[in-house]
Design a protein around this ligand. Structure first.
Ligand code: COA
Length: 258
């Protein structure tokens, strides 16, 4: 709907498309949008039918970051009491795979939002950056830490210390995006990938996401043990038997999520 700041389209194939819609502010993430986004991700996480989520800002811009108007008079205690970490947490805690479709600017909180996804598809003209330093600020929703872990110290430091804006091609080279496509194909590609994932066993998919995400912050031995346990757990699912049987019966598996 035109007046909504957040749109949701749940397709019959189990793919949910979440679209930020504050075009007048380049999809700046004000408090209301963050709250709605968090509530939407909680709803999608709890849904029995949604298997994969695509997040987009539409054809022109992904998100230009936090709404700078919210910062003009805010003091430390105001920022503390907003507890915006709870809104980001709703996205991070979503067990379902998230594919970001990025066109145009993904700056500041927009770049951080993209980094909350599991897969990032960028249109050729997409531009990324953490420009907070230019406002006398710094990233506050994972920009220093997620970027560091995604692209390594020297790329991350250059980005956060200078606030430089960089292209989809550069993002691709440094490993910040999964794939770059023509601008008019970004959403279609993201939906295509989400659709492929939605056809797989949702339990296997969730286990893979959880182990990969948690493992990234763990010592290798613990992470490998976590992987091994999750692998073993899957042997108790109907989906695992269906997948193996379908292979030998030379047919497409029908996964039930059980
Ligand atoms: N918060 C609030 N409003 C924002 C915004 C933000 N993060 N980003 C853009 N807007 C608003 C502008 O104030 C402008 O409003 P106006 O039409 O009332 O003047 C409108 O969106 C369009 O922005 P404009 O700068 O004219 O568009 P542009 O296409 O020339 O440039 C950007 C787009 C994203 C490069 C530029 O707006 C920008 O640098 N935004 C801030 C990015 C940033 O610093 N993010 C980190 C915030 S911590």
């Amino acid at each position: 709907m035109e007046n909504e700041i957040l749109n949701l389209d749940i397709q019959s194939n189990g793919v949910a498309i979440v679209e930020l819609h504050r075009p007048d502010t380049r999809n700046a993430l004000n408090l209301e949008l963050r709250q709605q986004l968090a509530a939407m991700f909680e709803q999608l996480a709890a849904s029995d039918t949604v298997r994969a989520i695509v997040i987009t800002g539409g054809e022109k811009v992904f998100a230009a970051g936090a709404d700078i108007r919210d910062f003009t008079t805010a003091k430390t205690v105001d920022m503390y009491l907003r507890h915006t970490e709870q809104y980001w947490r709703a996205i991070i805690d979503c067990p379902k795979p998230i594919v970001a479709a990025v066109n145009g600017y993904a700056l500041g909180g927009g770049c951080e939002l993209a980094m909350h996804a599991d897969i990032i598809i960028a249109g050729k003209s997409a531009q990324f950056g953490q420009p907070e330093v230019k406002l006398g600020l710094m990233p506050g929703a994972g920009g220093t830490q997620r970027l560091l872990r995604a692209v390594g110290k020297f790329k991350a430091m250059q980005i956060v210390l200078t606030g430089k804006i960089f292209s989809a091609e550069e993002a691709d080279k440094m490993g910040l995006v999964s794939e770059v496509v023509e601008d008019d194909q970004t959403l279609a590609k993201a939906v295509e990938i989400a659709t492929q994932i939605a056809q797989l066993s949702p339990i296997a998919v969730e286990q893979i996401k959880e182990v990969t995400t948690l493992g990234a912050n763990m010592p290798l031995d613990g992470a490998l043990a976590l992987e091994r346990k999750a692998f073993q757990i899957l042997f108790d699912t109907q989906d695992q038997k269906e997948g193996v049987n379908a292979f030998f019966e030379k047919r497409s598996p029908q996964y039930q999520g059980k």
